[in-house]
Ligand binder design. Structure first.
Ligand code: GLN
Length: 495
């Protein structure tokens, strides 16, 4: 325990400490396990941790290092994993009862890549059931608390991932983002969260929520760590037919170059007026945005007002497209093909019981909505119309990126809210307003801590958005902001 500095816990800092032999991977994993045993009772970031698997992987890494053959710079570094990403032999409950008995038969491609570079998949992180939610309150196994204020939510659906990073339980974590589920919890917990360009990270082994929107990405304490994990998991995968035929990203070099150059100088950054409308954001978020714009200008960026005119339709389009896809994707969890079977009087009754008892209220709501918008008679009016508007939203971004290198927006209308504060589902849906358009359009975005809300002392996230495949530009700009303007380094939880 003594040698591990939890205050600076991160992917790069752990890799350096391992290389310098400050501690072994076994010592690191053991210290993390002790920390989690002591403090996770109050946070509930983890659904479970397979201690033996983590320790065995750490021993294997230590043996590789002792033999003088580490596979990569990050050999022996643990990474937390959201419970909807397959790790062979581990749970894959998606925080729902229906998949509670399941153990993954294979690794997701993102996990295969991490393992092949020596990273250690570590524990199963809590989430909203089937990634549907914005607060982690929809987990069938109880919510996760925000380590910065345990009376508040960590965001969602990757709330466990964000909380584990903020509490310093893990050096980084994987999450998934369908409509903001990496960026919004990162913002609520003061972490960095990247939603990669659609197709850049394989979805093979990610339990599908809405296949045309889902992407796996990193949550990390700083931009450099997020870049390291993104580089490790990205690249073409024949197992995912929507995977882009491109090699893995190399953003870490772009991020590290920020030590020598200022990528913001001369960059054109657009502020979409629709994201700053009257009453849309709290005064604390507005203040951080104003300060961020001033700081970016001081660093040489040309900040200009732009327009994404179809923004107002994004939430409506998302809740048609995402629920339609979810209703199809979740049809397989019926107690016969997949999932926990509840015995009924006959086959139909078995379906009713398995799905009725196996799914939580929010998941059922989405399946009903999705089935409705796809049903004959309503398909044209809702689903087809939504797809057409989706194209217009995508074109808004294409248009604006003819004039700008990046966009700057808020991530959330306000800081992390209190448990139970958004009990009306519609209110909860509307809180995704700034993150959703990006998933519909497919390009990449990152949430980084932009500043602090004066009233609550909680972090406020800012979102940088880039065109397709421009993650290197995106993360370099984020790193420059982090280096020159604001970085957020909370103390380890419980210290
Ligand atoms: N909060 C959004 C929803 O409930 C987004 C979730 C996600 O990105 N997985 O659908």
């Amino acid at each position: 325990m003594a040698n591990v500095d939890f205050a600076t816990l991160g992917v790069v800092s752990c890799a350096e400490a391992l290389a310098q032999k400050k501690y072994s991977s076994r010592e690191l994993v053991s210290a993390m396990l002790e920390n989690i045993r002591r403090s996770d009772g109050r946070i509930h970031a983890f659904l479970n941790v397979d201690e033996n698997a983590a320790l065995a992987a750490a021993d294997a890494s230590d043996a590789r290092r002792a033999a003088g053959a580490p596979l990569s710079d990050f050999d022996g570094v643990p990474i937390g994993v959201k419970d909807n990403i397959s790790v062979e032999g581990e749970t894959l409950s998606c925080a729902g009862k229906i998949l509670a008995p399941v153990r993954s038969p294979y690794d997701a491609t993102a996990i295969t890549r991490l393992k092949s570079q020596g990273f250690i998949p570590f524990g199963r992180l809590n989430m909203d059931e089937f990634a549907m939610g914005s607060s982690c309150e929809n987990s069938a196994f109880g919510p996760t608390a925000n380590p910065l204020d345990v009376g508040r939510v960590p965001g969602g659906s990757s709330g466990g991932s964000a909380a584990a990073v903020a509490a310093k339980f893990v050096p980084a974590a994987l999450g998934s983002d369908t409509g903001g589920s990496i960026r919004q919890p990162a913002a609520f917990c003061g972490a960095v969260g990247l939603k990669p360009t659609y197709g850049r990270v394989s979805r093979s082994g990610l339990v599908a929520f809405a296949s045309s929107l889902d992407q796996i990405g990193p949550l990390a304490p700083c931009v450099e760590d997020a870049a390291a994990v993104f580089d490790a998991i990205s690249g073409h995968d024949p197992l995912d037919c929507t995977s882009l035929e491109l090699p893995g990203a190399k953003t870490l070099a772009a991020v590290r170059a920020v030590a020598r150059t200022n990528p913001l100088s001369g960059m054109k950054i657009g502020l979409p007026g629709e994201y700053f409308g009257a009453g849309g954001i709290s005064s604390g978020v507005a203040k951080v945005m104003d300060d961020a714009v001033a700081a970016l200008r001081k660093l040489g960026a040309d900040v200009v007002e732009v327009s994404l005119p179809h923004t107002e339709y994004a939430v409506a389009v998302y809740y048609i497209v995402a629920t339609a896809e979810a209703s199809a994707n979740l049809a397989r969890f019926d107690g016969i093909r997949y999932g926990d079977r509840k015995k009924g009087a006959d086959l139909v009754d078995t379906y009713f019981k398995s799905r009725g008892e196996g799914f939580g209220a929010e998941v059922k709501r989405r399946i009903l909505l999705g089935t409705y918008v796809l049903s004959s008679g309503y398909y044209d009016a809702y689903y087809l119309k939504a797809q057409k508007v989706r194209t217009l939203i995508r074109r808004d971004f294409e248009e604006v990126f003819r004039k700008c290198d990046l966009l700057l927006t808020p991530v959330t209308p306000d800081v992390a809210f209190r448990f139970g504060e958004k009990s009306d589902p519609l209110q909860m849906y509307l809180s995704d307003i700034f993150t959703i358009a990006l998933n519909l359009a497919g390009n990449c975005g990152v949430s980084i801590p932009g500043g602090v809300d004066a009233e609550t002392d909680l972090p406020v996230g800012i979102q940088l958005i880039a065109p397709d495949l421009a993650e290197d530009r995106l993360l370099a700009a984020a790193a420059a902001y982090e280096k020159n303007v604001f970085s957020f380094r909370p103390a380890p939880f419980g210290c």
